[in-house]
Design a protein around this ligand. Structure first.
Ligand code: COA
Length: 382
């Protein structure tokens, strides 16, 4: 039996799968850049709309280009009435990520470019999808709570409009900016599981909707986007700072993983966690209650110290402090992963467009470890 020449370790760790000019990560130094711009610069100075332009076009927009993209996003926010009807037929206890996957997949029926797979049509689909994602997530939540989905407010930014469509109230400037920064921080992360899933699907020349549906499926797992929900469930289960130490003692002794800590690429602090830690503390202070931040901080301290002792230096990742931040913004715990997707749609579509522009079918080989040369035994002799 001739085996393929090269094999790799489990999970394709450190394998470079293709060239890409969208996102760079230095896991050793804790550096994350989008199109050459450090995430710290973008989180401090930019807006999510500007980052969308950057990811899609490879450069920052001028004033006119930003206004044009923002207007296109606003113009495409409203959901087709047929989609709202479909979402109303979902069971009330639906898991939001399942509803999101189904709703986004169904949006293709109402896309005027659905039969056109050209690069130009795919760019228009990327705008529509990015514009509609917040409305879909908000509608899922409102419908399951017996409320009518709300119309978008064209006066509001992408982040502020999402909170308005979700809660029925205009957010404060601080709340809108907190979400805006969270969207910037989650927008892209190179060849993570969901983005790679999107690229594998796009590489078959399946359309943007099929690619994004694959990505949503991959994002829903607890080892990827699902981790921030698990972090908040853990904080709620623990309940107070005083109980953190004993809770973790048992978990760590039995070798259980603590969600929101550790990363497949970063060997030092995840640079996104730096901003979310600060944000969690600031919102807590602004609301006069830093309990969720304090608990998170104590968990981080203990796990980092414990794992460093075992020479496994893991740190908080993007999901760890986004949990308490979203909780304090009044967002339901099971919407944390859909919100990740509201941001990541920008990166997913940038990668799908990059894949189309220079496509090669992605088709690795397996390292076969099964039996060989077996002789067929008739069923009555087995
Ligand atoms: N809690 C406790 N131990 C952890 C851990 C965690 N959150 N994350 C990693 N470890 C342990 C691993 O079990 C491993 O121990 P071992 O050598 O005895 O097997 C060691 O630390 C090194 O792990 P590492 O190789 O750095 O991580 P990985 O690439 O195998 O896994 C994750 C990366 C993200 C899957 C893993 O850290 C994890 O499951 N984290 C929690 C889920 C999460 O937050 N996911 C979101 C990622 S953005």
């Amino acid at each position: 039996m001739t085996k393929p020449a090269s094999t790799t370790g489990a999970g394709l760790r450190d394998v470079v799968a293709a060239p890409s000019s969208i996102c760079f990560i230095d896991g050793e130094k804790g550096i994350l850049t989008y199109r050459g711009y450090n995430i710290h610069e973008l989180a401090e100075n930019s807006t999510f709309e500007e980052v969308i332009f950057l990811l899609w076009n490879g450069r920052l927009p001028n004033r006119h280009e930003l206004a044009e993209l923002s207007a296109a996003l606003v113009a495409n926010r409203k959901l087709p009435v047929e989609l709202i009807g479909l979402m109303k037929s979902f069971p009330c206890e639906v898991v939001p990520m399942d509803a999101l996957r189904t709703a986004i997949s169904a949006l293709v029926f109402y896309d005027p470019d659905r039969n056109d797979n050209s690069l130009e049509a795919s760019k228009r689909k990327a705008i529509r999808l990015t514009a509609q994602f917040p409305g879909v997530v908000a509608a899922i939540d409102r419908i399951r709570n017996g409320k009518e989905p709300l119309d978008p407010n064209p006066e509001l930014s992408h982040a502020a409009n999402f909170l308005h469509m979700l809660n029925g109230e205009e957010p404060t400037d601080i709340e809108a900016r907190a979400l805006d920064i969270a969207l910037i921080l989650h927008a892209d992360h190179e060849f993570n599981a969901s983005t790679f899933a999107a690229r594998v699907t796009a590489a078959t020349l399946a359309d943007v909707y099929a690619s994004i549906t694959s990505a949503i499926g991959a994002l829903s797992g607890p080892l990827h986007g699902g981790a921030n929900e698990q972090v908040m469930r853990m904080l709620l289960e623990i309940g107070s700072v005083a109980k953190v130490d004993s809770y973790l003692k048992d978990k760590l002794a039995s070798g259980q993983k603590i969600m929101g800590i550790g990363h497949a690429v970063y060997r030092t602090e995840d640079p996104r966690a730096t901003h979310l830690r600060k944000m969690s503390e600031e919102i807590g202070k602004q609301q006069g209650d830093t309990k969720w931040f304090d608990m998170s901080h104590r968990i981080e301290e203990i796990v980092v110290a414990e794992m460093t002792k075992k020479e496994k230096p893991i740190r908080a990742n993007v999901d760890f402090y986004s949990a308490s931040t979203y909780y304090m913004l009044g967002i339901s715990v099971d919407l944390y992963t859909p919100i990740f997707a509201v941001s990541r749609i920008s990166g997913w579509t940038a990668h799908v467009l990059e894949q189309y522009a220079n496509n090669k079918l992605i088709r690795p080989r397996s390292d076969y470890t099964g039996e060989v040369d077996l002789k067929y035994i008739p069923i009555d002799r087995r």
